[in-house]
Design a protein. Sequence first.
Lengths: 312, 387
Amino acid sequence: MNGTTGNGIAIDVKGLTKSFGGREVVHDLSMQVKRGSIYGFLGPNGSGKTTTIRMLCGLLTPDSGEGTCLGYDIRRDAERIKRQVGYMTQRFSLYQDLSVRENLEFVARLYGLRDARAAARDMISRLGLSGREEQLAGELSGGWKQRLALGACTLPNPQLLLLDEPTAGVDPKARRDFWNEIHALAADGLTVLVSTHYMDEAERCHEIAYIAYGHLLAHGTVDEVIAKSALTTYTVTGEDLNGLAAELAGKPGIDMVAPFGTSLHVSGRDVAALEATIAPWREKSGLHWQKSSPSLEDVFIELMSRSRDNFQ
Amino acid sequence: MSTVDQPFPTHEIRERFGFWKRSYAMLLKEFIQLRRDRVSFAMIIIIPVMQLLLFGYAINTTPHNLPSAVLIQEDSDLARSVLKALENTAYFRFLYEVHDVDDFDNLLKSGKVLFGVEIPRGFERAVRRGDKPALLVAADATDPVAASAALGSLGMVVQTALKHDLYIGAPPEMPFEIRAHARYNPAASSSLNIVPGLVGTILTMTMLIFTALSVTREVERGTMESLLSMPIKPVEVMFGKIIPYVLVGFVQAFLIIGIGVGLFGVPVLGNLVLLALLSTLFITTNLSIGYTISTVVQNQLQAMQMSMMFFLPSILLSGFMFPFAGMPAWAQYLGEGLPLTHYLRIVRAIMLKGATMQNLRYDALALAVLMLIAMTIAVTRFRRTLD
């Protein structure tokens, strides 16, 4: 029923490359996503996340590379993939001038659900949108729009959800509800690939991949990605951290200096060089230094600045 | 390498010439946008040039080479001379020579000819006897401009021609009488011509624009991405977007014809069911063309411009504004490619002449062919991916 690979892999692609107007947006990207897992897709704006997602669901044809999505060839079987994949676009792409119910019924009918009205009605109550059925989608708040969009793409019971920055511009409470919903869906066996900017969301994924400038730079569980980074981080608290940051920036062994509220994260890949450089400041009174494990954000920012040097 | 928050750089703000600088920046921006929007850019040039060319060359209210038929009931030298004289005026071109009244009537009714000249039995003998026999000229006056100009010229032209041909010395007066019969529109009332024409013209404009915007609107509102990620086929999208407007067009046609009959006293001599059927065909053809435009353009502005580019020749070259038969051959060929041309013939023939499907099958077929061509292009052009 779901193509040839029954081995628990939902997405299996190798060497995906895509250029627009001579600019390579995705370069030689390979990834595997296990069935039933939540796979986080991270990276800065314009890193190729959306392009990759669009290639996975047949909206874009890769220039080169191959692979399968739910066991179907992403080049040849785009139409079959579309039937089993729910794609939630980055920009709200339901009809603003249609009501909640009309949008859901439209989707249900497009996928050929037997009783479109009943399917829409059930989804409305599941989404907690009862009482708002007749409201125009364009009049919903950001959080409700996003819930509606998620409802629309889960309506035809897909095997795989592709969510492109679903929580951008949504308040924390709605974000938390949304993630609870995603975990509930994954528990039902649905595979979810979700792109995001938020670190707390990355930490809610089973596995993550980091992509920058079209290159997949790191992937694995959160702990694996942090471990693989081989980054040493010191957290500094005290006075005049801004001055310290300016002084440390660019010194040998210092790959990254980033303020976090009342503290400053100083990180580097070369532990010896890092410690040699910071030694004079460690003696300084009024500053408190503590060696800590890097946060996911430290790792990503470091990956990003490194990749900028390599690819730009 | 490191990312440290720097204070925002501040620059001195100079207020002098601010208005001009901002205006210039705006102008530059607009110009760059326009330059990248090639269709819009081309339209700026194409529309005035096209108008100039069309008005300058194609539009000719003096008819010439009007397709004509002759009903010959007597084959005499004089009859030949009269015909030759008529043809020499360049107003008429005799395409058919028939001997039967029914054939003659059918040619006029189907619109194959706009003029018919009937030479009665015993014509030459009657002329020589000085009986002033009648030479019947039947004109399809559903298009009064074409008909009246040609009719008006008849008397003079024939008389001058015959002076040289028939007599030594000019006859004191016309040796025979030309009896002109403006068929279908005896009062040469232009509302009879214009109301049916308006049905076609208004339908062309509204139908085109409805569908021309349909696909681009989806693209611009971002809904196309979601639509394409769902399992729907291009043909389905097309029909889904065309069919609702068939009804809209039908209501429009009904209104225009209703007002035409009610206020202008335009008759509907033919079969209403036939009119409704062929109108539906015409509406669908226009919607398909609009939809095709929609699949080709990048945004709504381009869609509007391209619709206008199609609409303008439709008005000018279809026989709505100017007599079709008066246009040069190349313009007539272009006109044959426009649905409005065929529909105008259909709607005028059904309403004013009571024509039947038999008379109109060529125009109906032409509409169907144009519709299929448009739909084929639309379906193949529809982008199934965002590539």
